[in-house]
Design a protein around this ligand. Structure first.
Ligand SMILES: CC(C)(COP(=O)(O)OP(=O)(O)OC[C@H]1O[C@@H](n2cnc3c(N)ncnc32)[C@H](O)[C@@H]1OP(=O)(O)O)[C@@H](O)C(=O)NCCC(=O)NCCS
Length: 150
């Protein structure tokens, strides 16, 4: 179900019709925050396979977004929480995470994989480090950035 709501400053859409999304601009925002390995068509299909999507607009241009990959009941994972650097520091990241998380009351497990440097962003909202999480690193960069030293 699509919901349109207004956060204190900018219009927000939860689960919009994804045909309305400017994926080239979404790719541009990924590149702007230096997540450069994304491909517009693959981003679109990943969002379409997500259970929840959220987009924030300023004058009809996307300035922030986030999504959840879930199975409807047991496991949900927040992903791609991104705020245009020109709009960071205004509470939009916190708003995205809180709003998505509020959709997930029904789930047994809600988790996420923080980007390097974002630990305190999540801790500040009450998220806890998951001591039991494991990752199968998809290359040396993930091994370096996301894994404990053996
Ligand atoms: C991380 C990100 C989403 C934060 O968005 P934002 O809109 O600037 O964050 P907010 O303004 O909502 O900040 C909320 C709080 O977190 C703090 N915060 C924001 N980014 C932080 C960071 N990287 N580390 C620690 N604290 C951070 C803010 O100071 C603020 O604290 P306050 O509530 O005490 O005032 C944004 O910087 C971003 O898109 N970064 C690139 C992508 C990324 O790393 N995504 C998240 C990891 S998956």
């Amino acid at each position: 179900m699509t919901t349109t709501m207004v956060n204190p400053t900018y219009p927000t859409q939860i689960n919009p019709d994804l045909a309305s999304i400017d994926w080239a601009h979404v790719l541009h925002l990924f590149q702007k925050i230096n997540w450069k390995h994304r491909v517009a068509t693959e981003i679109e299909s990943a969002f379409k396979l997500s259970t929840h999507t959220l987009f924030i607009y300023h004058e009809e241009v996307i300035i922030a977004f986030g999504r959840v990959v879930g199975d409807g009941r047991y496991y949900a994972m927040l992903a791609d929480v991104v705020v245009d650097p020109d709009y960071q520091g205004q509470g939009l990241g916190k708003y995205i995470v809180t709003t998505l998380n509020n959709q997930l009351d029904n789930y047994h497990f809600v988790n996420l994989s923080a980007a390097p440097g974002a630990d305190d962003f999540y801790k500040g909202m009450g998220w806890k480090k998951q001591t039991t999480a494991f990752i199968w690193p998809q290359g040396p960069k993930q091994l370096r950035q996301h894994c404990e030293k053996d």
